[in-house]
Write a protein of this length. Sequence first.
Length: 564
Amino acid sequence: MKLFLLQILLFVQNKKAKKNVFLLVRFLFFLAAIIALYSIVFHLIMVYEGRDFSWITGLYWTLTVMSTLGFGDITFSTDLGLLFTLLVLISGVVLLLIMLPFAFIQYFWAPWLEAQSKSRTPRSLPKTTQDHVIITNFDPLTRNLVKKLKKHLFDYWFVCSDQQTASEIQDAGYNIVLGEIDDPETYEKMQADQAALIVATADDLLNTNISFTVREISSRVPIACSADTKHSLDILKFPGNTHVFQFMSMLGINMAEQTMPFTTTNIIGRFEELRIGEFPVRDTNLTGQTLAESRLRNKLGITVIGLLEKGKILHPDPQAKLSSTNILVIAGTQDDLIRAGEQLAKPRTRKLPEPTVLILGGGRVGEAAAGFLNHNNIPYMIVEKRRDVGTDHQHHIHGDAADINTLKEAGIDNARSVIITPHNDAMNIYLSFYCRQLRPDILIVSRATAERTVPKLYRAGADLVNSSASMGATSIMDILHPSDISFFSDALNVFLIETPDTFIGKTLTELKMREKTQCSLLAMKNHDQFITNPDPTQPLAKTDELILAGSLEAEELFRKEYLD
């Protein structure tokens, strides 16, 4: 109670709050004057009717009638008195039941709640704050980025100019500072000159404004921002030390790479000489074999670190049979993966169909995918509903992708794969399911905007789902960890550790690490030496650093087993 009264006292001392309280008090005085006037008129009419009551009775009658309680114990007997009663009743409804609550909420309660919310949302950071990440936009990409920042123990702060939005973000559990994103004072209060990174993922105009605003107070802090068009690249890079990403183009290229006829392995991650790639079993002769029977490690020098099945990472059990829906996640050197792609891919028995790839949606993602396919001489066709999009009629069909006639005209009956690119997750779910019903054997690569949509797309029939939020967050993390592992996957985790004391002097064969934790050893570092596919009979040294891969659960199990 004391704390509540103290908060009210501090609130009414505010200049704006004083004005609101003054307006509320004026209304209360006006209401009191009306009640006093009605009490006087009550007495006059009662005298006119030949009755006499005390002033307390007059006040009692006025308040009961105005509040609509009207107990009926005191009533008038003349028409004049009854008309006055109606006037008091109607004005009471307006003043007490409508105007008084409105005035209280408008001039006291709402401003007090707003003041409470503002006092809860910080407007500055301590001067000792450093190596933090300032994020200027709250979207799926930055929410995914926050997950990665927390994992790597980076402090972060969103900045928002709208109080209500800031409160909602804060209530969702995020760190946020209230301030104008185009005001240099905001970044001074957020200690931007000591920050590790500024992240801007809004539109090009706002990102440019933010970049130049930050440069007013700091020329050294790196800025990571997104660009919607190629024309914005030079403008956004102008402030200096700015990393500009075209996330939509990156997404389109990545999706197109996954539809390529696999004579080479699709690289999805890297760490120094180590490369991580994916290879669909459907494009190999491995279907029906077990990993033990394939002998990929002995023949090609690669390590199978996981099997992707509809977005889920499966432990590479040596005795598990491979199916056409599996995607091998393999690790090795660049040469190892190239050799694996050449030797594992089925030989082409016929010319690629026209088109090989069907692209549903001709926006930025679709055009980027088309550009990559065109560069690699892969026949494609874009289906786009909007007439003002797509001028290359040789590779464009204008029509609704949900129309079977349009899809047949585009060549879905013969295409090897389809890329679904709209910026609408509900539409992508529908198109994935529709294409799967039309072609049970076709490869479907779909886009996801929200992370929660990914499992739905797999259930709808997509073989591969690409999240721009995950890819963008990984790209930004590479700025903070330029020597860390770049890996565009949330299903599989690659991590670097120093050799545990319990490992020193033992061999991989003795440790049976894979059987115990389902983590695979990809490579080892020893000073300047980088060893891929290490000898399992070689004892480990204290100076070795291990690069391991496994699911998030497998990593937790490894740390619990050997590091805790």
